[in-house]
Design a protein. Structure first.
Ligand SMILES: [Zn+2]
Length: 326
């Protein structure tokens, strides 16, 4: 049996999955980014993780390895300048090719969600769509005229770093007012802290713990229990996101926009204010019914499935995504 390894590098977790040609996830490991402060430790963990996945099954042949990461340079195969990651320059493609001697592919992490949606998900029959990831950071994988939009260096779709508020919240990229500082998991927490610190809140379960220790999960849980302030935090977040998606539509004219990543799991708390704001801000030349949908692939695994799709492409559709192939 031929299998592919899909590696999804995020700001908190590195997921390593073993996937067959039908897109079934056979096994998955998780590596914590915070436990890999140096390149050497990370490479050792990756090696152990892939070995542990492949040694568990008999009669398998490794067809290739696909990797998605912030800061992926598709030309050099190096992960560099990723603001959420602790490594400066990570020659990951070279390392894995030397170790496993199989075709190895690298692309931007948000692209994985778009590729996965196109190959295995609800965008199978779409030529123009965008997947916006709302996790530790914010990104976009963009299909335009049936092809994944990459740009010269594979860095197209850095949607989290469009400035939506002049002189707004400081961002790790060094600028101010980036979308990511408002609509990522940490952006949601910043909004919560601002509202709770403003003194206008009379009563909220979010006040039960120190404001500094608040997490996005707690805001989600409070919203689920009907907490008025938590719902207001999502309303503010959705308003910003809807405006940004209306702008995104002006650039790419998609037939659908998918939201993926941890924050998208908030469901209607996020989607309702986002869709409302999107429609209010959409240029009138576009149809008012462009759907904003939850990513259709099981969210926890969308990244590794997309990474494996890089390997499974048999028609050469993703060939231009390679950073290196032996
Ligand atoms: Zn930024």
């Amino acid at each position: 049996m031929k299998v592919a390894i899909g590696i999804d590098i995020g700001g908190t977790n590195i997921k390593v999955g073993l996937i067959n040609r039908a897109g079934q996830l056979l096994q998955e490991n998780n590596i914590l980014v915070k436990e890999c402060p140096s390149q050497n430790i990370l490479f050792k963990e990756l090696k152990n993780s892939i070995h542990s996945l492949t040694y568990q099954l008999e009669n398998i042949e490794l067809a290739g390895i696909g990797i998605g990461s912030p800061g992926a340079n598709v030309t050099t195969g190096v992960i560099e300048n990723a603001s959420n990651l602790p490594w400066d320059k990570l020659p990951i493609v070279e390392f894995l090719i030397n170790l496993f001697n199989v075709p190895t592919y690298l692309t931007n992490d948000a692209n994985l969600f778009a590729i996965g949606e196109k190959v295995f998900g609800d965008a199978r029959h779409m030529n123009d769509f965008v997947v916006v990831t709302l996790g530790t950071g914010v990104g976009a994988g963009i299909y335009c005229n049936g092809s994944l939009l990459q740009g010269r260096d594979g860095l197209a779709g850095e949607f989290g770093h469009v400035i939506i508020q002049k002189d707004g919240r400081p961002c790790q990229c060094g600028r101010k007012g980036c979308l990511e500082r408002y609509t990522s998991a940490s952006g949601l927490v910043l909004t919560a802290q601002e509202i709770l610190n403003s003194g206008v809140v009379k009563s909220s379960t979010l006040q039960d713990q120190p404001i500094k220790e608040l997490t996005s999960m707690q805001v989600m849980e409070a919203a689920a229990s009907g907490d008025f302030m938590a719902l207001e935090i999502f309303r503010v977040t959705g308003k910003v996101l809807g405006e940004a998606l209306a702008d995104l539509t002006a650039y790419f004219n998609p037939e659908a926009i998918f939201l993926a990543g941890g924050l998208a799991k908030a469901g209607s708390f996020l989607f309702e204010p986002t869709i409302k704001s999107f429609k209010e801000n959409l240029l009138s030349i576009y149809p008012n019914d462009i759907p904003i949908l939850q990513g259709s692939i099981q969210d926890n695994h969308a990244g590794v499935l997309g990474a494996a799709a890089l390997v499974w492409d048999s028609e050469g559709h993703f060939k231009k995504i390679h950073s290196s192939v032996i």
